[in-house]
Design a protein around this ligand. Structure first.
Ligand code: C2E
Ligand code: MG
Ligand code: MG
Ligand code: MG
Length: 279
């Protein structure tokens, strides 16, 4: 959790470091508790078809509203969960909860859409991951076509061979696979050939100023073209302005997400964006 200085072979913590360390230990226990006490909840952000403007699915994003500390950002608690191994439990909760919600919406008369879930490297590396996902789908009655898994490019870089095997299994089941935050890691276009992926999500850092930063615009353009060569659809993250959307339209980008259309919202609010099932 923190850097430690050695002095005469002893571990020395500064008062500040100790504070941080204790705080993290505390937070870990609280996250463990949050998992059982329903302090965690999922928000949903729509994914939009660039051309038709229609909602084609949604991404589930975990929110932690701590009773005393208030909102804790995913960046903080996901990292903590990854470092402590709690991410396995958390990840399982996320898939279950997202599927439960899908089922509930369907029962309320809405057309079931595809929900995307963020998966950490630790989760995908587990041998039982595919079986776990299969069981949850079976239990909740959600078809695999309505589930998408987002994996960051850095995650798939670790244990590449095992990762590809797992991804092949998931794909064979009918699950949609996406590479998340593309462009922020090793960014090898070899992924497009090597990994059985359906979607490439271009990281928001490229999108946010693509339309007035010529070098970013060129990168985005190249990413879209190459992805399409491999039959991979492209999702642009972080679309905040009309100008970004116009640019993406011009570049034949397939889908987008961003504050321009909607922020991630609670399930009750997302319901307003759902389409009733045709009878
Ligand atoms: P991500 O998967 O790349 O999700 C996109 C992030 O960008 C989300 O932040 C979303 O709220 C934010 N975002 C969406 N549109 C815009 C926009 O137009 N402008 C800006 N500035 N931001 C936008 P969030 O919810 O804070 O999540 C951050 C990261 O935490 C996620 O990045 C994901 O890597 C991780 N995360 C969140 N929930 C989970 C989870 O359940 N499991 C795992 N493993 N990771 C999660
Ligand atoms: Mg994501
Ligand atoms: Mg992302
Ligand atoms: Mg991210």
């Amino acid at each position: 959790y923190c850097k430690v200085n050695g002095r005469n072979g002893k571990l020395v913590y500064s008062k500040e470091m100790n504070q941080t360390y204790n705080d993290l230990i505390l937070l870990e226990g609280e996250l463990r508790r949050a998992l059982t006490k329903e302090e965690l909840t999922l928000y949903y952000q729509p994914k939009i078809d660039v051309n038709s403007g229609e909602i084609i699915g949604m991404e589930a994003l975990t929110r932690w509203f701590h009773p005393e500390r208030g909102f804790i950002s995913p960046q903080r608690f996901i990292t903590l969960a990854e470092e402590t191994g709690l991410i396995i439990q958390l990840g399982e909760w996320v898939i279950k909860e997202a599927c439960r919600q899908q089922k509930q919406w369907k029962e309320a008369g809405f057309k079931m859409q595809r929900v995307a879930i963020n998966v950490s490297a630790l989760e995908i590396q587990r041998k039982d991951f595919t079986a776990k996902v299969r069981n949850i789908l079976k239990e909740t009655g959600v078809p695999p076509q309505c589930l998408e898994l987002e994996i960051t490019e850095n995650s798939v870089m670790q244990n590449t061979e095992e990762c590809i095997e797992t991804m092949n299994e998931l794909r064979e089941m009918g699950i949609t696979l996406s590479i998340d935050d593309f462009g922020t890691g090793y960014s090898s276009f070899g992924y497009l050939r090597k990994f059985p992926i359906n979607h490439l999500k271009i990281d928001q850092s490229f999108i946010r100023d693509a339309f007035h930063e010529p070098s970013n615009a060129e990168i985005v353009k190249a990413m879209i073209q190459l992805a399409h060569t491999f039959g991979v659809k492209v999702v642009a993250e972080g679309v905040e302005e009309r100008a970004a959307l116009d640019f993406l339209k011009h570049q034949n980008c397939d889908y987008y997400q961003g504050y321009y259309f909607s922020r991630p919202v609670p399930a009750e609010e997302f319901e307003n964006m759902l389409i009733p099932e045709e009878v």
